[in-house]
Structures are given as C-alpha cells and as structure tokens.
Design a protein. Structure first.
Length: 364
C-alpha cells in the first residue's frame, strides 16, 4: 500500500522499477543457468559492468534529490561516494588476513611495505561486516551533517555553496593521496579476496553483488520518492524556488536542507560501498572533482526533478564512457563536455523532459 501510494502519479517510476525488476531476474539467469557457449549467455564481466552502472544510478538519484528538488548544486558528492567505498574497502582488506603478499594476518600489505608496526586505531572494527556497514552510513552522513550544519546555518547558497562542496572533495583527495594517512596512498585499497566468506571471483558472488546493487537502487528510489511526495519534499521544492519566502513563513529552512543533504550523502556512500567489491579497487582518484562534475552531467542529461531521469543519464553517459574510453580514449572528455553543452542549450529539461514534451503533444 505504501509503495502504491508514493508511485500513484509516477508513471516513469513505475516503468523504471518494472524494468529493474525484469533485469534483476533475467541477468542472473543468463549468467548462471545458460551455457557459456550459448548466444544468450551473459558473461560475468558484463554482469559486473551492469552492476557498476546500477551503483552510478543510485548515486545519480542522490545528486538529483539535492539539486533537482532543493536547488543545491553539489559538486562534492564524489566525496561521499568515495568515503563509502573506502569503508567497504577497509572491511575487504581486513578479510585478506595472511593471504596477502607479505602474509601478515593483521596488517594490510601496504602497511607492511611501509614498515608500519601496528594497525591504526581507525582500522579497528573493520574486520566485522556489521561494523563496516555502520561506518558506510555514518561516515558520509556525519561529514555531510557537519558540512551542511556550518554552510546552511551561515546561509551560504548558490555558486558559493557549489565552490565549497568542490573544495571539500578536493581537500579529501589531497589528504587520501598521503601514505601516512593510512589508506594506501596513491595505490589505494585493492587485491580483495572475499566478502562475507564468498570468493569475489566466483560468478555467483558477482551476481549476488549485482542483485544487491539493484535492490539498493530500488530502495533508494522509493525512499527518495517518499521524501519528495511528502510535506517535507514540498517544502524542499518551495525552498528551491524561493528560500526567503519559505523562511518568512516560519519554516526552519536550514533543517530541511540539512536532512535532505545528509540523506543524499548516505545514499551516495551506500552506492560507493556497492561499487568497490565489483570493480576491485578504491583509490584517491574517486575523490577527483571531475567525477563530481560528471555526476551533475548525468542528472542534467537525463532530466533533473524526476529521480529516474538521473538513472537514465547515468546509464547513457557511463555506457558511452565505457565504449569511447576503450575505442578512442583521447576524445572522451570532449564528448562529455559537448553532451552537457548540447543538453543545456537544446534540452534544458533533459531526455525525460523531451519525452514528456512529445508525449503531451501526441496525447493532444
């Protein structure tokens, strides 16, 4: 009943969730049950790529929630994504134990290489999955809460807030590049073996991660939709359109902004945590400011203020990136910039807006 209520007037969301449900059934069947010599067989590599795209789609929903519905152009969501990824990477590193290159049951290989004698205090607890899951939510959420509390209470808005979010992600990138911080430096965390006792190289484990990503994506969409259709969501849209007017009516604008910004950061952290075991590495490059800018481009291309538009944009852009970076890698950034410029000029409401426009015209 709850799901029916929040999707009642959301045709695009219903179509998106229906397709996601079908993909969640078809992909495992084609990978695990169809013979590898069949034309219908789906390779484990392809399953992993699709799973990675789904984590990007969840990240796009998180960005659309703060930009499309609250008018906050965050250029720092890559930080929350990377922090969630590092929390998962720390858990996966602790699971390696004495199977590493140096055979140390406690210290990860990079710490042994750097001649560290004991595990840093902030690595304790990450040998437990439940603790890692808490940190995946807590670390991005706490950072977003502190940042938002300072920024929103100071009434920083517009381009100044965007600059601050990008400065945040850039500062974290520089910090994580340092070996003495204890996160692997430039090389990051890699060479993962298993998760919850399951070998990460097994086809069934890869399919399990894919299913987990699709479930998280569906849950993230429904949770975001529940927020946007609630009274809180309507206030957030009003803040986007006229912040001062909402403040004069008596609403605590900064509290609404803080809640949605923090919730969005938690979703980004969960996306990062699901991303890491599928790609097999997390390094400071994930903090790169250009990654956060790419996330905004996903939403702009798909269509902001829709949630599922961000999903469409993330899938299109990242499929294009996968193809072009393998075929003609030197032109990818030009293509990405060109896509953003063309969409901004000719499709201000993105692909979803174009479809709605022609759909309404056809309906008339």
């Amino acid at each position: 009943m709850f799901i029916y209520k929040i999707l009642q007037d959301d045709l695009g969301g219903k179509i998106f969730l229906s397709i996601l449900f079908l993909v969640n059934i078809i992909v495992p069947i084609l990978n695990l049950l169809v013979p590898s010599d069949s034309i219908f067989y789906l390779s484990t590599y392809t399953v992993t790529i699709i799973g990675k795209y789904l984590t990007y789609a969840l990240l796009a929903i998180a960005v659309d929630l703060v930009w499309g519905y609250m008018g906050i152009l965050s250029l720092g969501h890559g930080a929350f994504f990377a922090l969630g990824g590092y929390a998962m990477g720390m858990y996966l590193m602790r699971q390696i134990g004495d199977r590493g290159v140096y055979g140390n049951p406690i210290l990860p290989d990079f710490m042994v290489f750097l001649d560290w004698k004991e595990l840093p205090w902030f690595w304790y607890g990450f040998d437990q999955f439940w603790f890692a899951m808490i940190m995946i939510i807590l670390i991005p959420g706490l950072l977003a809460f502190i940042f938002g509390w300072l920024a929103f209470r100071s009434r920083v808005t517009g381009v100044y807030l965007s600059i601050m979010t990008q400065a945040l992600v850039y500062a974290l990138m520089l910090a994580f590049f340092r070996n003495e911080l204890g996160f692997g430096g430039n090389n990051g965390l890699t060479d993962f073996k298993d998760i919850l006792g399951f070998n990460l190289q097994n086809d069934s484990t890869r399919v399990g991660l894919f299913i987990s990503s699709s479930i998280a994506l569906a849950a993230g969409y429904l949770a975001s939709r529940a927020i946007t259709t609630s009274r809180l969501g309507r206030v957030a849209v009003a803040i986007r359109d006229s912040q001062n007017r909402v403040r004069f009516t008596g609403y605590k604008v900064e509290y609404v902004q803080l809640f949605i910004f923090t919730f969005s950061a938690v979703m980004a952290g969960i996306a990062g945590a699901l991303y890491v075991p599928q790609v097999g590495i997390i390094n400071p490059g994930e903090f790169s400011p250009i990654n956060s800018i790419e996330m905004v481009i996903w939403v702009a291309i798909g269509g902001r203020y829709t949630l599922y538009g961000g999903v469409i944009g993330a899938l299109i852009v990242n499929y294009s990136k996968t193809f072009l970076t393998s075929a003609v890698p030197e032109i990818w950034l030009f293509v990405l910039g060109g896509m953003f410029i063309l969409v901004t000029i000719f499709l201000p409401k993105g692909i979803v807006g174009l479809v709605k426009k022609y759909g309404d015209a056809y309906g008339k």
